[in-house]
Design a protein around this ligand. Structure first.
Ligand code: C5P
Length: 222
């Protein structure tokens, strides 16, 4: 039988990453943070002075991405070309760069197979924008996670402040709304729920409650 996949798609700062990591840990499944691939491509472009408008050059960077995700004692750490980019990866500038490089079809195509390679027994939880619609259309459980823009801006704000990074909540909200618009309106793999996705609005839910909901759906579906 096919290795099962749970996809979690949704807008910026909806809590996909945290939810995906907790569901994967609870089930003992592998995790694919697909946004990290677009972020790393953006960082590689910055390093190499490649313009976010240069589709062929960006696609070449994506195809040759020398990216490594840590496991065991190194879980949560990421290296690009042997350099630790764990902190850089989470910066707002990296998210914005990712949202610019990810509009290009050739970049998305270059990252397609790499994403499929994360599907390994006993299962995978994949988060992003097009996990349920394009990359894993046969996933038995697809979740579309949403939260109000105000909630998402506030969460992102608290995350940054807790890391000692100063931030302005109105700027954060404007940035994430701009990214949402770009993600929803691009012609290739736009952000939208798969037809068979279950929607979860976590504006008023704790992380624990969201995890419990997804695990309950998984019990019913598998
Ligand atoms: O999820 P994350 O915030 O890390 O994603 C960064 C950007 O990468 C998103 O704003 C989106 O433009 C892009 N992305 C994408 N498709 C995915 C994951 C991320 O286009 N599957």
């Amino acid at each position: 039988a096919e290795v099962p996949v749970i996809t979690i798609d949704g807008p910026t700062a909806s809590g996909k990453g945290t939810l995906a990591a907790e569901v994967a840990a609870a089930l003992g499944y592998a995790l694919l943070d697909s946004g990290a691939l677009y972020r790393a491509t953006g960082i590689a472009a910055l390093w190499d002075g490649v313009s976010p408008e240069d589709e062929p050059a960006l696609a070449a960077l994506a195809a040759g991405l020398d990216l490594r995700f840590g496991d065991g004692a190194d879980a949560g750490r990421t290296w690009l070309r042997g350099r630790d980019i764990t902190d850089e990866l989470r910066l707002e500038t990296s998210g914005l760069m990712a949202s610019r490089v990810s509009v290009w079809p050739a970049v998305r195509a270059a990252l397609h197979e790499l994403q499929l390679s994360f599907r390994r027994a006993p299962g995978l939880v994949a988060d992003g924008r097009d996990m349920g619609t394009v990359i894993f259309p046969d996933a038995p459980l697809k979740v579309f996670l949403t939260a109000s823009a105000a909630q998402r801006a506030e969460r992102r704000y608290k995350q940054l402040i807790s890391k000692g990074i100063s931030a302005n909540i109105d700027d954060l909200r404007a940035d994430l709304e701009a990214r949402d618009l770009r993600d929803r309106s691009r012609s290739v793999s736009p952000l939208k729920p798969a037809e068979d996705a279950l929607e979860l609005d976590n504006s008023a839910l704790s992380i624990e409650a969201s995890v419990a909901q997804v695990l309950a759906w998984w019990q019913q579906r598998r």
